[in-house]
Design a protein around this ligand. Structure first.
Ligand code: BTN
Length: 260
């Protein structure tokens, strides 16, 4: 099952119009996001895969462990014509695409931890790092722990993989193609009508909404209740009876008792 991700296999599994119109596969990269950013002149929808990353990066300046040949490490180049304040919703769409694809490949047990961690049995199985270029292209980096056996020491209680949870290996080409298919259809809806048509589905899959949470910002920490997600991708919360909206950029959200 431990087959490489190849352009031919992904292309055979895809019937998308935009996402995956150009596919580039590498054995090793520092970071697929870095390579995608360096190649931002390629057409919208181009996808960059690596079998391993030597300097995989996560949100909030964290690193992303990228075991060779085990996970999916891919970045997608997007060029949406949208207002700046709507850009965060693109990453929510990517989370929705991964969640949909994994739920279809297994048995509907994945959820989204706002803004876009994909959670299985209370642990993180996928992370998404979106980066905006000065020339306004967006690179969506997706890391899915598929057949991964090892996790960073500080993450063993928070991270998991499909292999660890289901006790069998999964076909990375099939999962990656399913994610790209879902992203293609969601991105079409998004470019036509924005995030609003997808807001309800996102909220339904988002395990943060309706939960008591701990909000961690660079300057403060406090408890709150998450009540919804707005049309710009912000998290609506109630804190001391006051309603406010968190922006995903600098904020980290935890469950009151732990990671989710
Ligand atoms: C996070 O949860 O902090 C986001 C992790 C994003 C990891 C992916 S793997 C492919 C792409 N390349 C990177 O360097 N990071 C993203």
């Amino acid at each position: 099952m431990n087959h490489k991700i190849t352009k031919e296999k992904i292309r055979n599994l895809l019937s998308t119009e935009l996402i995956g119109n150009k596919i580039l596969c590498f054995d090793s990269l520092e970071s697929t996001n870095k390579t995608a950013k360096e190649n931002a002149s390629l057409p919208e929808g181009s996808v960059f895969f690596a079998e391993r990353q030597t300097a995989g990066r996560g949100r909030l300046s964290r690193s992303w462990s990228s075991e060779n040949g085990a996970g999916i490490y891919m970045s997608i180049l997007l060029k949406p014509q949208i207002e700046t304040q709507k850009i965060p919703t693109v990453t929510l769409i990517a989370g929705l695409a991964v969640c949909r694809a994994l739920n279809k490949s297994t048995d509907d047990c994945f959820g989204i931890k706002w803004p876009n961690d994909i959670i299985l049995h209370g642990k993180k199985v996928c992370g998404i790092l979106a980066e905006l270029l000065p020339s306004r292209e967006i690179v969506i980096g997706i890391g899915v722990n598929v057949n991964n056996r090892t996790f960073q020491k500080d993450l063993t209680d928070k991270a998991t993989s499909l292999f660890a949870e289901f006790g069998r290996e999964f076909d990375r080409n099939a999962i990656a193609a399913n994610i790209l298919k879902e992203l293609d259809s969601l991105y079409k809806i998004f470019t036509a009508g924005g995030f609003s048509p997808l807001q309800k589905e996102y909220e339904k899959l988002c395990i943060t909404v309706g939960s008591h949470i701990r909000v961690i910002t660079p300057t403060e920490e406090y408890n709150a209740t998450a009540v919804g997600v707005d049309e710009y991708g912000g998290l609506n919360i109630l804190h001391d009876g006051i309603r406010k909206t968190l922006d995903s950029g600098e904020v980290s959200v935890r469950g009151i008792m732990g990671y989710v």
